[in-house]
Write a protein that binds this ligand. Structure first.
Ligand SMILES: NC(=O)c1ccc[n+]([C@@H]2O[C@H](COP(=O)([O-])OP(=O)(O)OC[C@H]3O[C@@H](n4cnc5c(N)ncnc54)[C@H](OP(=O)(O)O)[C@@H]3O)[C@@H](O)[C@H]2O)c1
Length: 314
């Protein structure tokens, strides 16, 4: 098979043997694989793959057809359309995925949307509801809201009845957030004035956290998911005490098989039906072929996009 391979910070298409599915795994003919911030980091040597996945083939999410299954697989059969999360290796013509990390692709959903769905919607759903316990009527701030995770979070929170404030730095992207369910779209410098927020989904990191903390409501929860602008901030612990506030953080990739399966199962039950019904969508800013991975990564890193960049089989 052909695979995108990281080679001393560059990307090239290389021939690799097809992966062999383990007992609980599916072998997938990959039709689409979304890009994520983690791929940019891994390419620079900053985010090594967990054990058991290819060390130099990036890609955390995919959609495609099942072409073979392991002995203990019970939920999927060859020929089915699936999408899901992997620890790496998705940016290739074939990839293996544990069946508990895979979801059926709703009828009518295109490959590029399906390939850009799993990592971002799993991350956003887990952060908003499992970690922050976002409730209907609560005021949510999503920072970096125009990206893959942000556009997922805005839609999920709107569907759950929250009041969604989307912070977007690129003015050209702001208009896209209202149709996705944002009640207010603001620039990062407006964050303090538009508070207080019961929940903050922090997708930007150090450049954004101090303003968000300063505008937190009593009992507020901050969930840190992205630290692209830096990971070190200084604040007075008394701020948390006075507000009875909580800050938490998480990553999806580092979780064990069972913990990932719990997230995927929650998304299967609570999110996929809304995707199938057209109440949620995956905004895809641009697609590239596997042989255009270098350009795709440049596009991702350049910013100013709404939603996902996805590699597709052509
Ligand atoms: N913890 C996890 O499990 C997990 C899972 C998925 C993603 N992540 C992380 O979460 C973050 C968001 O992911 P994503 O896929 O949504 O990335 P993305 O598509 O690149 O979106 C990031 C958004 O943040 C904005 N942004 C970046 N730096 C900013 C700054 N200094 N000030 C204001 N806005 C800024 C970007 O704006 P521009 O377009 O103007 O650059 C973009 O709209 C990334 O850091 C990613 O690595 C974590």
């Amino acid at each position: 098979m052909r695979a995108v391979v990281i080679d001393e910070g560059g990307l090239r298409l290389d021939e690799r043997p097809d992966p062999v599915p383990g007992d609980t795994e599916l072998l997938i003919e990959v039709r689409a694989a979304g890009l994520n911030g983690a791929d940019m980091l891994q390419r620079r040597g900053g985010y090594p793959s967990p054990p058991g996945v290819p060390a130099d083939i990036p890609g955390l999410e995919l959609a495609g057809e099942v072409i073979a299954v392991g002995h203990q697989v019970t939920r999927f059969s060859p020929g089915e359309r699936v999408m899901g999360i992997v620890g790496g290796g998705a940016q290739a013509e074939r990839c293996v995925i544990d069946e508990s990390h895979a979801l059926g692709v709703p009828e009518g959903l295109g490959w590029s949307e399906a390939g850009g769905f799993p990592e971002t919607f799993c991350t956003a759903f887990d952060a908003l509801f499992s970690q922050a316990a976002l409730g209907a009527g609560e005021r949510l701030l999503v920072t970096g809201a125009a990206g893959g995770v942000g556009t997922a979070a805005v839609q999920l929170a709107h569907a759950a009845g929250a009041v969604v404030v989307a912070s977007v730095r690129d003015e050209r992207s702001r208009g896209a957030l209202v149709p996705l369910g944002a009640d207010e779209v603001i620039g990062p410098d407006e964050v303090p004035a538009r508070g207080p927020y019961e929940v903050v989904l922090e997708l930007v990191g150090a450049a954004s956290v101090p303003a968000a903390l300063g505008a937190l409501a009593t009992g507020g929860r901050v969930v840190v998911i992205g630290i692209g602008s830096g990971g070190e901030v200084q604040f007075h612990l008394g701020q948390l005490m006075a507000l009875r506030a909580r800050i938490s953080g998480s990553t999806l990739r580092a979780r064990d098989r069972t913990a990932k399966a719990v997230v995927v199962e929650a998304v299967r039950r609570h999110v996929v039906p809304n995707l199938a019904a057209g109440r949620l969508r995956v905004p895809v800013a641009e697609t590239f072929g596997l042989d255009e991975a270098e350009r795709a990564y440049e596009r991702f890193a350049a910013g100013g996009k709404v939603g996902k960049i996805v590699l597709v089989a052509r």
